[in-house]
Design a protein around this ligand. Structure first.
Ligand SMILES: Nc1ncnc2c1ncn2[C@@H]1O[C@H](COP(=O)(O)OP(=O)(O)OP(=O)(O)O)[C@@H](O)[C@H]1O
Length: 270
């Protein structure tokens, strides 16, 4: 389970570049839940993932994952609990190493001692099977350098690597945004399969309305560093892309009203 309470993060505080990226985010994600996060540009979606993965320490609030308080843990220590896939297919893998070497690295991650020969062979067999099930022909390219793969193949592989040693939390940050539509579709199908099969606790950021309504069991909407909507169950299942657009329009309309009220007050009192 992931338990975020009162997360606050301000970049460049006290300067003219100050950005209040997280303004008190509370979010409880039950174990095995697949949460999709959407929001306006700059609303804090990536900052939220960065706060959880430990790219920086939050100014205040607490982060608990799988029963541990990881709020002050450095990033490398959190990496033993968290799998992450970014938008850029070049992140998360070692480009000069082969597909097989990258997978072997991912398999060994977090293990204190090297595997015995039998365990190693069993692991390699299971791995080959999982690579075959990706359906991308990667099983024939284990010797090839990662750099020679297409973006879709790389993202599929990165996803597999991030989930190979079952993480307590999977973070997906617009991981299909840089792919062509066909590759994006197959990576999304793969995501859904891996998350369901492994019952992985997942937080996925997307800009795709289609993905937001079609994936996951819960939808969280962010705006200006806050959670402004949290839909699940029947409400989530019934959701259409047009409903989400209506909600965004409503947020904008409210802001315009707030801005004009502020302007009126300013004219009245200043
Ligand atoms: N390392 C940083 N230093 C300074 N400002 C930052 C940093 N990271 C994020 N920000 C700012 O914090 C705000 C939230 O950014 P964030 O990337 O979390 O938004 P987002 O919701 O993921 O946006 P998008 O949908 O456009 O990717 C933005 O104003 C951004 O410019």
């Amino acid at each position: 389970m992931l338990d975020l309470q009162g997360l606050v993060k301000t970049f460049h505080p006290g300067t003219e570049n100050e950005v209040r990226a997280l303004q008190g985010v509370d979010l409880l994600v039950e174990e095995g839940s697949f949460v999709v996060v959407i929001g306006t540009n700059g609303s804090g979606k990536s900052t939220l993932q960065n706060a959880v993965s430990g790219s920086f320490l939050v100014d205040s609030g607490s982060i608990r994952l799988a029963g541990r308080d990881i709020t002050r843990w450095p990033e490398h220590r959190r990496a033993s609990l968290i799998g992450r896939v970014f938008q850029n297919p070049f992140s998360g893998t070692a480009p000069s190493m082969s597909v097989g070497e990258n997978l072997a690295l991912a398999l060994r991650r977090g293990q204190r001692r090297t595997l015995g020969r039998n365990a190693f062979l069993r692991g390699r067999e299971a791995l080959a099977d999982r690579v075959r099930r990706l359906g991308m022909g990667l099983e024939d390219r284990l010797e090839n350098e990662i750099g020679s793969l297409s973006g879709g193949q790389r993202q599929a592989l990165t996803l597999l690597m991030a989930t190979l040693r079952r993480p307590e939390l999977l973070l997906l940050d617009e991981h299909t945004a840089a792919l062509d539509p066909r590759a994006a579709d197959s990576v999304i199908r793969l995501t859904d399969d891996l998350v369901r099969e492994g019952k992985l606790t997942t937080l996925m950021v997307t800009h795709s309305m289609q993905q937001a309504v079609g994936l996951g069991d819960r939808l969280v909407m962010m705006h200006r560093g806050r959670v402004v909507a949290d839909l699940r169950g029947e409400e989530k299942r019934r959701l259409r892309p047009s409903d989400l657009l209506d909600r965004f329009d409503e947020i904008k309309r409210r802001e315009q009203i707030d801005a004009s009220v502020a302007e009126m007050l300013r004219e009245t009192y200043v």
